[in-house]
Structures are given as structure tokens and as C-alpha cells.
Design a protein around this ligand. Structure first.
Ligand SMILES: O=P(O)(O)OC[C@H]1O[C@H](O)[C@H](O)[C@@H](O)[C@@H]1O
Length: 634
């Protein structure tokens, strides 16, 4: 039913101001110069560097430098003025009591309700934010993303996670290849493979059915699938489909995580899924090797053991094969899928289909696609991801709140904040814009969160009385597991949701000294009990957490991040910031090897690191290698 409400418009068939209005895939086929390297040049202010891109249609003109930084535009300045002269003089207590205003700050799509009346905005603020969005060419940038322009300019890549959930039969041509067709070829392979494992056609090397899965991966190759697994674990349809199957995740290179992932599992009934886009990530390589050894130790060292018990999701076939996994057991994805945006690819599809069936995963894709369609075509004013993104920009860049929290009132979403944390902080944690200029306005919030009500008994003290942290409250009309206790005034879910409805008002309204006084509190205690209020939040209310709604939620937050990056003129799709620490770890690893096994003195580090390493080396390694490993730099 829910799908019927969403428009099923083929990808690539809308007009796009910066390019002719014909479908993008036709332009690509007919464009003879499509493969030629080209330097995009424009008549621009000379001190902004041109971006070199590798194909004619790599970046549309909207990505060429304009004369002014977004923060110098009159639209940006109008918002600064508005924050200073209007909003700073308001209090949410008064704003929320204005019914007409609240009525306007509400949007709905496909069962998903967004009430943003507790944000520190008035309708005029929203008008100014929409004007800023227009100035930043938000519409054109999101369309460029959907069409596969190489908007990840620093890596010269398209950003096409939306194509991962495009309906079968839709067409999107990139460099002459219909990528939606490719996506569905892999999905069909996953459907067939997961069916075979689930119905016992594919059994382990000793003939036992496979019913345990260990997904080995880290970062984007872990957080999305884990959040999805947790979201589905107690959902009616998914949990029935899972039966007594077990899905665990092995991400941390800490050997303790190996113990936890394998604990009490029968290797004969266990399949490892190695998930790594690059297949070079150290943590994943070591964990995959360790699990391979665990399987071989218990099941024997044969090609058949690996063939029956190990599969991979990657873009790097060579490395997968070198590791020993059969090519037919690899489920590919593509470089236009960023790690943190990859849960809709084989990265999520394989573990989730094995555990819950492909049908369940397909429902998740449908939910995400519904939100994609809304994001792509709905006018800015009622567009949920756009609204969330603009409110993020407003809170961070104009009201200077540098953190934000997500509180799902659903235990099943316990790993959602962690996934969004990576998604958003790795995307928008940048210090330069796409032109390489240092940004002169705050970007990239610190994201954190916990399911309610647990968070309330943890860090909510700070949210109510300490720093101001804009919050997202996510609630559901129905529970995955309804329970009613005799003698209680409400059901357990109503009890949970009472908090969902109360907390945003407590943050917005606060409690004045007079109100505390009226409660008869002594004068000296009053300051300790005052709540200043005026703390912004949004409420998202959704039907029930099932696979479809989980997909909607994922896409909503993915697009929120993109919107903010588009407005801030940053590249939300690279992550060079994770490299430096990795390189330094290589040097330490080499030193540990040389000192442990060849008695080399620790050298080449600063005083502090040298002292710490020397103290660390006083301990024993706790295990022995059969052969001393001679270090080779990778
Ligand atoms: O999937 P892999 O290539 O193993 O990469 C795993 C992770 O590595 C790094 O931490 C990146 O910053 C993440 O975005 C990525 O998801």
C-alpha cells in the first residue's frame, strides 16, 4: 500500500537546468567526448582554482566556482541577521504556543511525519533557508547526484547509492553501462544464493546446514548492516524468517571480538561473509584470516572448506581471489558506492538476505527508494530530507550548536545513532570546500545518540541543563512487540512513547524560577532546579519499524547529510581524514615486529610515544607464531 503513494518515475527523466532536458543516459551514449579528459574552465573570479575532472559530464556547471562563497551571499547574510535580530529574541516557550506557526512547521510523506515546530525557527526563517538552498543550487546538485555526475570531485566518482534501490527495469547509464541492470544482476545472484543456503541446498563441508553467519567488516562495511540487523531482529516478519539462524558481526581488530563472534558457534554450520570495499583494510584482513584459520582448524584445510564457508562482498575481485575465496562466491559492488552509503549494496544485501531472506531485504530497498523519490521530486518546502538538512545548517552555522543527538524511541534502533554518526561525521567532517578553500563557517556536527528511554537516564541531564544540543526524537505509532501489563494505566509501548512526547516539550519550555518557587522549593535551591528551555528538537513519527520503514529512515538521514554538504559547498563523499592515523599505525606495526622478533631498539618516534612503546613492550605478546614473520611493508 505504501508503495502506491510514491511516484515511480524512471531515474534520469526529469529536466535539469544545467544540461539539456533529454534523459542523461542518452546524452552519455551520444556524447562522443564522454571519455575524454577535460579541464572545466569558466569565467570565474580568478582566485578560485578550476577543478580538473576526467569526463565531459563529470561535474555540471553548478560545481564550477561561482563568484562568491556561499557565506558571502546576501542569502547567507540575511540568515545571520535574522538569527541575531529576530530569533535570538524569541523563546521556544512562546513560539511553540503559537498554534498557527506550529501548524506550518509540519511535513509528511508516505507515513513519515516530521514535526519541526520545536526548532528555533519561524516561517520567515524557513523562507530564508529555502532562498539559501536556491542560491546554493541545492535542486541542481541533488539532481546531479541522482544522474551520476561525478560530484565526488576529489576522487572523480559518481555518488549513486540511490541507484542501489532503483526498481528493477529502471535505466541509468553511466559511461555507457546501465548500472541499475548491473545492480539487479547482483541482487538476483544474492537472492538465488541466499535461497540456496536458507533452504539447505548449499550445505557446509560436512553436510550440515548453514545457519550461523559472521559478517566481517569495519566502518561502512559494518555499521549499516549491523543497524539494519538490529532493526529487524525483533520485527515480526523478519524474525519469523530468521528462525534459529544467528548473524554476528566481527569488526574490531581486537582479538576479543573474534572470541565474541565465534563463541559457541559450530563451525560446521557457520559461514563467514568478508565485507570490504577495498579488501585492503587491515582490521578486516586480519579478522578474515583469523576466521579462515578457525574454519580450517575445525573443518580441515581444503578448498572445499573455504568454498562452502566463506563468501565476500567487495569491489576488488583480484584481492578476494588472492585471499582464497572463489570468484563465484564474491558479490560485487562499485566504486560509485561510498562505504558509508553501501548498506543497500551487497554489503547489506548478503548478510541480511541470508539471515532474514531476500524478500525482507527487498522491502528495505523499497522503503529507501520511496524516500529517494520524495527527495528527488518533492518541492523543497515539503521535502523531509531537505527540511532536516536545512535545519541542520541553521543550527550549526547560524545558531552555532556544534553537536546534535538522535534519540530513537525504539530499542531495535539501538545501532542507528552509531551508523548515522559515521555517515554524517565522515561525510561532513571537513575543513575545506570543494574548491579547496578553508570554510569560514562552522560545518559538520558531532553526532551521538542512544535509544530512549535509556538516554534519559544517562546524558539527558546535560541536554536539559548543560550545553544546548539540537535533538531528533524518532518514535513509532505501533510497537514491534506490543505488551500490556495488567494493572498498568497504559501499554508498555505507550509508556515508552509518553517519554517521546514529553521530552521535546521539556527541552523547549524548560521551567522558570517562578514555576519552581510555586512548587514551594526553598529560595537557595531554586537556581539548581531552573530549566532554561529554548532547546530545539524535531520529532519524527513513523508507523511501525519494519523493513520498509527502516529503508525510509536510512535514506532520510543519508540525504540530510548530502543536503548539508551541498549547502556548505563541501564534498560529503570523500574521507581523506581517516588516512593519516592508518599510515602512522603502519610505522608502529613495523617497529613492533622488529622489536619483538629481532630485538631492535625503538626509534624514530617522539619522546612520549617511545616511552609508551617501551613500557608496552615489557608485556609479552601472549602467543607465538610458528615461524617468525619477516616484515614486508604493504
Ligand atoms: O570496506 P573497506 O574498504 O574495508 O573500508 C572500511 C572503512 O574504511 C575506512 O575507515 C573508511 O573511512 C570507511 O568509509 C570504510 O567504510
Amino acid at each position: 500500500m505504501r508503495e502506491e503513494k510514491c511516484r515511480n518515475v524512471p531515474v534520469g527523466f526529469v529536466s535539469f537546468p544545467s544540461t539539456p532536458t533529454q534523459p542523461i543516459h542518452l546524452q552519455r551514449i551520444h556524447n562522443k567526448r564522454a571519455q575524454l579528459p577535460v579541464l572545466v574552465t569558466t569565467q570565474r573570479r580568478s582566485n578560485r582554482k578550476p577543478i580538473v575532472v576526467s569526463t565531459v559530464q563529470s561535474v555540471p556547471s553548478i560545481y564550477q566556482a561561482t563568484d562568491e562563497r556561499i557565506s558571502n551571499t546576501s542569502e547567507w547574510k540575511a540568515l545571520e541577521e535574522h538569527a541575531k535580530n529576530v530569533i535570538s529574541k524569541t523563546h521556544l516557550r512562546d513560539l511553540v504556543n503559537d498554534d498557527k506557526r506550529s501548524e506550518k512547521l509540519w511535513a509528511e510523506f508516505d507515513g513519515c511525519i516530521l514535526d519541526y515546530s520545536r526548532q528555533r525557527v519561524i516561517p520567515e526563517t524557513m523562507k530564508l533557508l529555502f532562498a539559501l538552498a536556491k542560491k546554493a543550487k541545492l535542486e541542481e546538485k541533488k539532481e546531479a547526484m541522482f544522474r551520476g555526475y561525478k560530484i565526488n570531485v576529489t576522487e572523480d566518482r559518481s555518488v549513486l547509492h540511490t541507484a542501489l534501490r532503483a526498481p528493477k527495469g529502471t535505466q541509468l547509464y553511466i559511461d555507457g553501462v546501465d548500472i541499475v541492470d548491473e545492480v539487479w544482476q547482483v541482487l538476483e545472484k544474492i537472492r538465488t544464493f541466499s535461497d540456496r543456503v536458507r533452504n539447505g541446498q548449499h550445505v557446509g563441508v560436512t553436510g550440515r546446514p548453514i545457519k550461523n553467519f559472521i559478517a566481517i567488516g569495519i566502518g561502512g562495511s559494518y555499521l549499516g548492516p549491523e543497524f539494519l540487523h538490529e532493526a529487524l531482529r525483533t520485527e515480526k516478519v523478519a524474525s519469523a524468517a530468521a528462525g534459529d539462524r544467528v548473524l554476528r558481526f566481527l569488526s574490531n581488530v581486537d582479538p576479543v571480538d573474534v572470541k565474541r563472534a565465534t563463541d559457541k558457534l559450530n563451525p560446521e554450520e557457520t559461514m563467514a561473509i568478508v565485507v570490504s570495499k577495498t579488501f585492503t583494510t587491515r582490521e578486516t584482513s586480519i579478522n578474515a584470516k583469523t576466521i579462515k584459520d578457525w574454519l580450517i582448524y575445525h573443518l580441515g584445510d581444503s578448498a572445499e572448506t573455504i568454498k562452502k564457508h566463506m563468501v565476500a562482498c567487495s569491489t576488488n575481485l583480484d584481492k578476494v581471489v588472492k585471499f582464497g575465496i572463489a570468484p563465484e562466491n564474491m558479490f560485487p559492488f562499485w566504486d560509485w558506492v561510498g562505504g558509508r552509503y553501501s548498506v543497500c549494496s551487497a554489503v547489506g544485501a548478503l548478510p541480511i538476505s541470508l539471515q532474514y531472506s531476500f524478500d525482507v531485504f527487498e522491502r528495505f530497498l523499497k522503503g529507501a527508494h520511496s524516500m529517494d523519490t520524495h527527495f528527488r521530486y518533492a518541492p523543497l518546502e515539503g521535502n523531509l530530507p531537505v527540511l532536516l538538512g536545512l535545519l541542520g545548517v541553521w543550527n550549526m552555522s547560524f545558531l552555532n550548536y556544534n553537536a546534535r543527538a538522535i534519540h530513537p524511541y525504539s530499542e531495535a534502533l539501538l545501532r542507528f545513532p552509531a551508523h548515522i554518526q559515521q555517515l554524517d561525521m565522515e561525510s561532513n567532517g571537513k575543513h575545506v570546500n570543494i574548491f579547496g578553500e578553508v570554510v569560514d563557517y562552522p560545518v559538520g556536527e558531532i553526532d551521538f545518540g542512544e535509544p530512549g528511554t535509556n538516554g534519559q537516564h544517562s546524558f539527558f541531564q546535560l541536554l536539559h541543563m548543560g550545553q544546548v544540543v539540537p535533538c531528533d526524537f524518532i518514535g513509532f505509532i505501533e510497537s514491534q512487540n506490543p505488551v500490556c501489563e495488567e494493572g498498568e494505566p497504559v501499554s508498555n509501548h505507550d509508556e515508552l512513547m509518553a517519554n517521546f512526547f514529553a521530552q521535546p516539550d521539556a527541552l523547549a519550555f524548560g521551567k522558570t524560577a517562578d514555576e519552581v518557587r510555586q512548587e514551594g522549593k526553598p529560595e537557595w535551591l531554586i537556581p539548581h532546579m531552573v530549566f532554561t528551555g529554548n532547546r530545539p528538537s524535531s520529532c519524527l513519527l513513523m508507523p511501525v519499524l519494519d523493513a520498509y520503514v527502516t529503508g525510509q529512515l536510512l535514506a532520510l538521514y543519508e540525504h540530510r547529510t548530502a543536503v548539508q554538504g551541498f549547502i556548505w559547498e563541501i564534498n560529503s563523499f570523500d574521507q581523506f581524514g581517516v588516512e593519516l592515523g592508518k599510515v602512522l599505525a603502519n610505522k608502529v606495526r613495523k617497529q613492533l615486529n622488529e622489536s619483538r622478533y629481532f630485538n631492535k631498539k625503538i626509534s624514530g618516534f617522539n619522546h612520549s610515544t617511545t616511552k609508551l612503546l617501551n613500557r608496552y613492550m615489557e608485556g609479552s605478546v601472549g602467543c607465538a607464531f610458528e615461524h617468525v614473520f619477516h616484515y614486508e611493508d604493504e
